[in-house]
Design a protein around this ligand. Structure first.
Ligand SMILES: Nc1ncnc2c1ncn2[C@@H]1O[C@H](COP(=O)(O)OP(=O)(O)OP(=O)(O)O)[C@@H](O)[C@H]1O
Ligand SMILES: Nc1nc2c(ncn2[C@@H]2O[C@H](COP(=O)(O)O)[C@@H](O)[C@H]2O)c(=O)[nH]1
Length: 309
């Protein structure tokens, strides 16, 4: 669909603009989903847009296109646009020759780097409350023996059934302050504006040196700190099949009162918006399948990765 011109009557402008916006939203959603499951590459969408400037992909803003690519978020976006010499308002179909070449080379390089899925010894699993991070992480600990599941320190009280040193190290504020002061934590954060959580550094260094894979199940602030401290880490965002299912899981778990549930759901909305900052997204339809997808991203050693029957 063509951009509105000065000669277009205002009513047609509005209809055309809203139709274009709907189509662009659809294209962005399709791009996001298809890249996640690997059926369509960003390059094929880009080429479609370059070949057909008036088509859906051609009318997509370069900004929206780049934001649809996993692991490109708003923070990286402006640096990428600067490097490519492309203004944020440009559409794919409106790029000049040199801009086209630079953007295309950028996408080709990126896809070549990601091809075959990057394997890492350190994987960070994050995602909104009640999506199932703890359940998937526990499944991995019990079924994939070569993977060390990091045990965090927290200032929150144990829930019924939680065991010191298995689920968490339960510490008070004074001890948490000491852990920070002595640089014993790889990352730490106050989660849901309530309690403090942190990842002890020493067991991770030891496991990595011994050639084991390590899984961290932490919140998004912590994931970003790990990326800074250890850029070789792979960041995985766990998604619920739907928002309603997320709420069902939170309510069904029954471990928070309604005030705490509201607080967690409000954090969850912000957290879902950060998913493009991650290297991979995995949808937690079933625990075993989500766990397998996460372990697939790790360099695990031989038979220890076989799940129990
Ligand atoms: N694939 C799944 N299908 C159905 N229910 C699930 C699935 N994964 C987890 N659950 C259930 O969802 C609830 C929340 O899971 P879990 O406690 O692991 O979430 P979490 O992401 O660790 O939450 P939080 O960040 O709040 O600690 C639990 O009752 C769990 O049994
Ligand atoms: N930044 C960190 N976040 C952590 C860590 N350990 C757990 N968490 C996250 O906290 C919330 C709440 O956990 P809950 O057990 O009280 O329900 C959850 O999102 C965890 O992922 C950590 O070491 N660092």
């Amino acid at each position: 669909m063509a951009e509105p011109t000065d000669r277009t009557p205002p009513e047609v402008d509005r209809v055309a603009a809203s139709r274009a916006a709907v189509e662009a939203r659809r294209a962005r959603a399709a791009l996001k989903n298809s890249i996640a499951v690997g059926t369509v590459t960003a390059l094929s969408v880009l080429d479609d847009g370059l070949e057909h400037p008036d088509g859906v992909a051609g009318r997509m803003r370069v900004t929206d296109f780049l934001l649809s690519v996993p692991a490109i978020g708003r923070t990286k976006l402006s640096r990428i646009l600067d490097d490519l010499g492309i203004s944020p308002s440009k559409r794919i179909g409106g790029l000049g020759h040199n801009q086209r070449v630079r953007l295309r080379n950028f996408v080709i390089d990126r896809e070549a780097r990601n091809r075959g899925r990057r394997k890492s010894r350190l994987v960070v699993l994050a995602g909104p409350t009640a999506v199932g991070k703890g359940t998937v992480a526990t499944y991995i600990r019990e079924n994939y023996r070569d993977v060390l599941l990091s045990v965090s320190a927290t200032t929150r009280a144990p829930r019924p059934g939680e065991v010191e040193g298995v689920n968490y190290y339960f510490v008070d504020d004074t001890e948490f302050d000491r852990l920070i002061a002595d640089h014993e934590l790889l990352e730490h954060a106050t989660v849901h504006n309530a309690y403090r959580y942190g990842t002890p550094r020493a067991p991770i260094d030891k496991a990595l040196s011994a050639g084991h894979s390590v899984l961290l199940e932490i919140d998004i602030q912590g994931a970003m700190q790990v990326r800074e401290a250890m850029p070789e880490a792979t960041l995985v965002f766990l998604l619920p099949p739907s928002w309603d299912e997320l709420v069902r899981r939170l309510v069904g778990r029954g471990t928070e009162d309604s005030e705490e549930r509201e607080r967690r759901l409000s954090t969850a909305k912000h957290e879902l918006a950060a998913q493009n900052e991650f290297d991979y997204r995995v949808v937690n339809h079933t625990v075993a399948e989500a766990a397998r997808e996460v372990v697939d991203l790790m360099q695990t050693r031989g038979p220890s990765v076989a799940p129990k029957a």
